[in-house]
Design a protein. Structure first.
Length: 278
């Protein structure tokens, strides 16, 4: 297996990727998208080893790949990664139950030994240019549509793009809903249409991890949702992103998002891009 391109950038310009992280070992490649904190973790400024819970989770999961047995199955890897988060929180005196499981990450791991891609969450993957079925967080679609409708209404009422970019009232509208979202994460009720899986330290069924086989020589692209799509080359992914940031800074037309692009920001979200040959 060979890394062809690898890049991370935080939404505020952090070259280490903010809450996104790529880990490369001899046996595994990992891409992790740390979940942004909300609720109590924000109001009480929770930090784990000096990092936000999402950043800490992504880096802890990446580090755990170094001790994962090279012949591990997807189910064994899932438990290994879960334990790394859970034990790490306890080691740092963070009670995961009291803090409502604050450290979580979307996860994608490639196993060289098994020629398998393992995914949990909304990390996006393409193999030989063909995207794999996506697994988006169910609440994101309705939330971004609601935000877009509200902003289009405000534009129709006479507000300008620049005004709304500097003072977007929709975040306050969405926040009560988004602060409930963690109750949907790893919800065991299989009739709940908004439930979804994430690594956050809780026990998960083996079926939570999507498993996709690849062949030696296949070219794989893995991105976090700071990019628009798993383009076949990094420069293409960057060019497409920059075009949207310039032409649709409110993120309501070309690409719907939960927040506009701040004038001082590098983008609307942290981003990670990994292209490799299996």
């Amino acid at each position: 297996m060979t890394v062809l391109e690898k890049f991370t950038l935080g939404k505020n310009g952090d070259p280490e990727g903010g809450e996104d992280h790529i880990e490369i070992t001899d046996a595994f490649y990992g891409v992790f998208d740390g979940v942004t904190s909300r609720g109590r973790a924000v109001t009480e400024n929770l930090r784990i080893e000096g990092m936000t819970p999402g950043r800490w989770a992504a880096r802890t999961l990446g580090a755990s790949l170094r001790s994962l047995a090279t012949d591990s199955t997807a189910e064994a890897a899932l438990e290994h990664l879960r334990t790394a988060l859970y034990d790490g929180m306890l080691r740092n005196d963070v009670d995961p139950v009291a803090w409502q499981w604050p450290a979580a990450a979307e996860t994608c791991v490639y196993s060289h030994a098994r020629k398998e891609i393992w995914r949990l969450g909304d990390v996006i993957i393409a193999v030989n240019g063909t995207p794999l079925p996506e697994s988006p967080t169910p609440l994101d679609g309705p939330a971004t549509w609601y935000r877009a409708a509200a902003l289009w209404a405000l534009l129709a009422a006479g507000h300008s793009v620049d005004e709304l970019r500097e003072n977007d009232p929709t975040w306050e509208m969405l926040l009560p809903l988004l602060e409930l979202q963690h109750h949907l994460r790893n919800c065991p009720d299989d009739t709940n249409p908004f439930a979804y899986w994430n690594l956050d330290g809780r026990h998960l069924p083996g079926s939570a991890m999507g498993v996709y086989e690849v062949q030696a020589g296949d070219e794989v692209v893995v991105i976090t949702d700071g990019y628009l799509r798993p383009a076949a080359a990094l420069d293409v992914a960057e060019r497409e992103l920059v075009q949207v940031l310039c032409e649709d800074p409110l993120l309501i037309r070309l690409h719907r998002g939960l927040r506009p692009v701040a004038r001082t920001a590098a983008s609307f979200d942290d981003r990670a891009y990994l292209r490799f040959r299996a």
